[in-house]
Design a binder for this molecule. Structure first.
Ligand code: NAD
Length: 320
């Protein structure tokens, strides 16, 4: 009997179906919990999007050998519970960095040149009289990158073309990169004080939850913009709404939210100085395909008795 692989979403099906030479691939959304758990009861591999994976779910999936996360943020997977059961957790590092960096640049440009506002203006007010307000140049402005990892580096590379000044804050000093990227390390408070644009590229962990709160927002310049394509809960959203309403900062570009989908009645959705996208950092045809290929390869290796290529760092040396 071939082992069963469950994929919790329908995207790049052909890539996952290529595993059918050694497995039996089933697509089953996790939204129907009962059906999903039934499929998992004899599955040896699971490919997941952002769904939570907890003890209760693992209890129902006694044969699992690998959970392949289709993405790089795996804060909703209980790693300790997986490690205890000898279940590998893999992810797709690097496959999506350029796509997220491109979206970040898109949000920066939308804010600096008011592109979404301009679109609304053309459809409603142009020709009626009021002038469209001026944007700002990126040249010479300072971009502060919080988290100089894979995505942060990809953003830094792209901003070179716009002649921006670069500073970063990270728990790791990346002296190896500073010269080639033309970037300077500063402490977080200093980054917030001096940057015209602040962009966040760190994982959501117990130490980063709420990292940007009222105090941090108050350190930012009144004409600065905040961009977040990492995880919503890294920012205190209530404090952010207040800062945006009261002119504490000029605007924000957000791809991620504490609660997703963002409720339609969220105060953020009512603000004009905010550009919102629905967690689409990696959502391009090419990138999603690369992510599917990496996920499928990790599953293939485990089903063939090898460890996955992209084991999450927390499990390194802890799982046989
Ligand atoms: P990465 O691990 O390569 O980089 C993260 C960086 O953050 C590292 O350099 C690390 O040292 C640093 N860091 C960790 N904790 C920190 C802290 N407390 N303070 C300062 N720096 C800290 O990860 P990556 O591939 O660049 O991805 C970053 C995050 O982006 C992911 O964890 C994920 O949550 C998010 N993401 C979002 C999307 C999207 O669709 N919007 C897509 C992919 C990734």
């Amino acid at each position: 009997m071939k082992p069963k692989v469950v994929v919790s979403f329908r995207q790049c099906e052909d890539v996952f179906e290529s595993l059918n030479d050694l497995a039996h691939v089933r697509f089953c959304p996790s939204s129907n919990r009962e059906e999903f758990l039934k499929e998992l009861s004899d599955a040896e591999a699971l490919v997941v999007g952002g769904e939570p994976i907890d003890e209760d779910l693992l209890e129902e999936a006694p044969k699992l050998r690998i959970i392949a996360r289709f993405g790089v943020g795996y804060e909703r997977i209980d790693l300790e519970a997986c490690t205890k059961r000898g279940i590998y957790v893999s992810y797709t590092p690097g496959a999506l960095s350029n796509a997220v960096a491109e979206l970040t640049m898109g949000l920066i440009l939308c804010l600096s040149r008011k592109i979404t506002e301009a679109d609304r203006y053309v459809r409603t007010e142009w020709g009626k009289g009021p002038r469209f307000t001026l944007g700002i140049d990126l040249e010479g402005k300072t971009l502060g990158i919080i988290g100089l990892g894979r995505i942060g580096i990809a953003v830094a590379r792209r901003t070179k073309a716009f002649d921006m000044k670069l500073v970063y804050y990270d728990v790791i000093h990346r002296q190896d990169l500073e010269e080639t990227l033309g970037i300077r390390f500063v402490e977080l408070d200093d980054l917030l004080r001096i940057s015209d644009f602040v962009t966040i590229h760190i994982p959501l962990t117990s130490s980063t939850r709420g990292l940007i709160g009222e105090r941090e927002l108050k350190l930012m310049k009144k004409d600065a913009y905040l961009i977040n394509t990492s995880r919503g809960s890294i920012i205190d959203e209530e404090a952010l709404c207040r800062a945006l309403k009261e002119g504490g900062i000029a605007g924000a570009g957000l791809d991620v939210f504490a609660k997703e989908p963002l409720p339609l009645d969220s105060p953020l959705a009512k603000l004009r100085n905010v550009v919102l996208t629905p967690h689409v950092g990696s959502a391009t045809v090419e990138t999603r395909r690369k992510m599917a290929q990496v996920s499928a390869e990790n599953v293939r290796r485990v089903l063939q008795g090898e460890p996955p290529l992209n084991l999450v760092p927390e499990q390194k040396g802890k799982i046989l």
